[in-house]
Write a protein that binds this ligand. Structure first.
Ligand code: 13P
Length: 249
């Protein structure tokens, strides 16, 4: 069965609650496309108003992060139970900005992935290499390590429903999109790695996105690659351009 594309916006730390409502209002007629899953991952405080504004549309509201405990003395954190109760289905885990600025590691990513599955949330698991790693020729080794740790103790049935976002760090917010060949090469290697951890059926089911300076002009070629099942979009997800990305064909 062909994998359904999944195109997600990552709003990062942008949009106040009232701005979030107007952005959803602006984008909702533009992102209509039943052939793809459309997700807006928004700041935690925007989840409820954005969900309200997106009611009756094809837009899924997702989260950008989550903690790996249900509740307790973890000031400032958001729990999977809170996300579930707010109607969230997708949650980004281990974005490179969280790894860089908030000390997330492959191990905390794994804990969050397990916790997300435990509560019926679909993780969008991020991986990606730095420019130095790419220049040193260790991209695939690095990504394989990130993937293997992220999926520790995740069952095949869970893994089949997961989303992986391959985001080369040097391509994020830089306008420097990876070439189609670079993006496809790594996404294909991720699928091979999933096949090694699990089996062919899991490798074929899992959805792998590309992220990093995706735009209306780069999306069509990227999303046409056999191993790229959509995108995780930062800057362009805050603009009407996102409608063109969702309707890339
Ligand atoms: P940009 O699309 O702004 O490069 O951001 C990509 C990203 O980090 C999405 O998670």
């Amino acid at each position: 069965m062909a994998r359904k594309k999944i195109i997600a916006g990552n709003w990062k730390m942008n949009m106040t609650p009232s701005e979030a409502v107007s952005l959803v209002e602006t984008l909702k007629p533009l992102v209509v496309n039943d052939e793809v899953d459309v997700v807006f991952c928004v700041p935690a405080i925007d989840i409820i108003p954005a969900t309200e504004a997106a009611k009756g549309t094809n837009i899924n509201i997702g989260a950008e992060n989550m903690y790996f405990e249900e509740k307790g003395a973890y000031t400032g954190e958001i729990s999977p139970l809170m996300l579930k109760d707010a109607g969230v289905k997708y949650v980004i885990i281990g974005h490179s900005e969280r790894r860089e600025y908030f000390a997330e590691t492959d191990e905390t990513v794994n804990k969050k992935v397990l916790k997300a599955f435990e509560h019926g949330l679909t993780p969008i698991i991020c991986c990606g290499e730095s420019l130095t790693q790419r220049e040193q020729g260790i991209t695939i080794d690095w990504i394989r390590q990130q993937i293997k740790i992220a999926f520790l103790n995740v069952t095949a049935d869970q893994a089949k429903t997961a989303v992986i976002a391959y985001e080369p760090i040097w391509a994020i917010g830089t306008g420097k999109v990876a070439t189609t060949e670079q993006a496809e090469e790594v996404c294909a290697a991720i699928r091979v790695c999933i096949g090694e951890i699990y089996d062919q059926a899991t490798a074929e089911a899992i959805r792998i996105q590309y992220g990093g300076s995706v735009s209306a002009s780069s999306a069509p070629e990227l999303f046409a690659q056999p191993n790229i099942d959509g995108g995780l979009v930062g800057g362009a997800s805050l603009k009407p351009d996102f409608g063109k990305i969702v309707n890339y064909k």
